[in-house]
Design a protein around this ligand. Structure first.
Ligand code: FES
Ligand code: FE
Length: 396
């Protein structure tokens, strides 16, 4: 059985509103299938534009096993390329942030401009046409200060998300942010278990005592807090939950007396992103399938991004952003900025790894989701199965 027909059999066995068949979580074939069917075909949030502050700034990242490079050029344009040299394919830039006026391959020094054009290639014949050897572009969209990329030549529809994201995130002015801290957590669990866990708060009351200080872990996020809704309406800040097939957006109130998602519910940065409503604008949550959730409160932005690196290994990248004029040590302390989500992510890592070990049991059978407490998990699993079936149908 080839991998596609294996996947089709697994997908056909999925019971509605139940967790997935065992093989989709544990079989090594699911890893390559998921990268091809899901990660290569979805819009992913690569980061925020503030991570590329000047001409020549770049960010190299790996999507599954594929290296991608994002660069800001001299005109301010931001472009994405496959991070693979047009000569013999070497990685051009190591993963992470950097800055240089040109992109020089470390192998034989082929040199590219910030627009991806090949500028120099030593010892090639006189009739060598550099114009035929530019870097291969990757589709990229910029909206409200965020950067989205998709490895597919025919990406899914973007604009309905883009318009809503602009309306919800625009007032927080992400262009005024800076990346203040990052973290990489390696989890011994299939990426779908990591994401299912990230899409529900059924486990939060017992699993995350610290998060529960500020985050309304007991209630559905669309529970109406009348004062909050009236304040947001007065300020023209959209708050109602909206969603498309691969995204969700909502602005919701935090627990009484809290204006940030932090250990004590108070701001972790004294230089606010907004002074609207005294800096208390609840949390703007956005979620992108397959890989991300984020929270923007009045003082900082937290982004969680999940990347599969093996059938049972997942990288969780966390990023914290604050106002660009905030000064470390004066306006914020890195340990305090990171403390809540580091604790929460570590708790989630243990839950997801424990989940994976249990799913390996011969006694595992897909179980029913709570449609009240796990609506977003059901939605994620449904989206995954539908995307995977579409891929099988178009490649079978
Ligand atoms: Fe890049 Fe040779 S592989 S210059
Ligand atoms: Fe959790």
């Amino acid at each position: 059985m080839n991998d596609l027909s294996w996947a089709a059999t697994q997908l056909a066995a999925r019971k509605p509103d139940h967790s997935l068949p065992q093989g989709l979580y544990t079989d090594p074939r699911a890893f390559d299938f998921d990268l091809d069917a899901i990660y290569a075909r979805s819009w992913l949030m690569a980061g925020l534009e503030c991570e590329l502050p000047t001409a020549g700034s770049r960010l190299a990242l790996t999507i599954g096993k594929w290296p991608v490079l994002i660069v800001r050029d001299k005109t301010g344009e931001i472009r994405a390329f496959h991070n693979s040299c047009s000569h013999r394919g070497s990685i051009l830039c190591e993963a992470g942030h950097g800055s240089a006026p040109r992109l020089i391959c470390p192998y034989h020094r082929w040199t590219y401009g910030l627009d991806g054009s090949l500028l120099a290639a030593g010892r090639m014949p006189a009739d060598f046409n550099k114009g035929e050897h530019s870097l291969r572009p990757v589709p990229l969209r910029r909206v409200a200060g965020a950067i989205f990329i998709c490895l597919a030549d025919d990406p899914p529809e973007f604009d309905s998300f883009g318009q809503q994201f602009e309306a919800y995130a625009g007032p927080l002015n992400f262009a005024n942010l800076k990346l203040a801290a990052t973290d990489l957590m390696v989890e011994e669990a299939n990426w779908k278990l990591v994401m299912e866990n990230a899409r529900e708060c059924y486990h939060c009351p017992t699993g995350h005592p610290e998060l529960g200080q500020s985050f309304p872990v007991q209630s559905a996020q669309d529970t109406v807090d009348r004062d909050f809704v009236e304040a947001m309406d007065r300020l023209g800040l959209p708050h109602a939950g909206v969603e498309g097939s691969w995204w969700q957006l909502a602005r919701f109130a935090l627990n009484a007396g809290c204006s940030s998602i932090s250990m004590d519910g108070q701001p972790v940065c004294s230089r606010p992103l907004t002074t609207l409503n005294g800096g208390n604008v609840g949390s703007l949550r956005w979620a992108i399938d397959p890989h991300l959730f984020a929270h923007a409160t009045g003082d900082h932005v937290f982004v969680f991004s999940c990347m599969p690196v093996g059938p049972r290994e997942t990288h969780v990248f966390s990023r914290w952003y604050v106002h660009k004029d905030a000064e470390e040590g004066r306006d914020y302390q890195i340990p305090a900025l990171k403390e809540l989500w580091l604790k929460t992510n570590l708790q989630d890592k243990e839950l997801a790894e424990n989940n994976h070990r249990g799913v390996l049991s011969p006694g595992y059978r897909p179980g029913p989701y709570s449609l009240e407490a796990e609506r977003l998990v059901t939605r994620f699993a449904d989206w995954y199965c539908q995307s995977a079936k579409d891929y099988v149908a178009s490649h079978g």
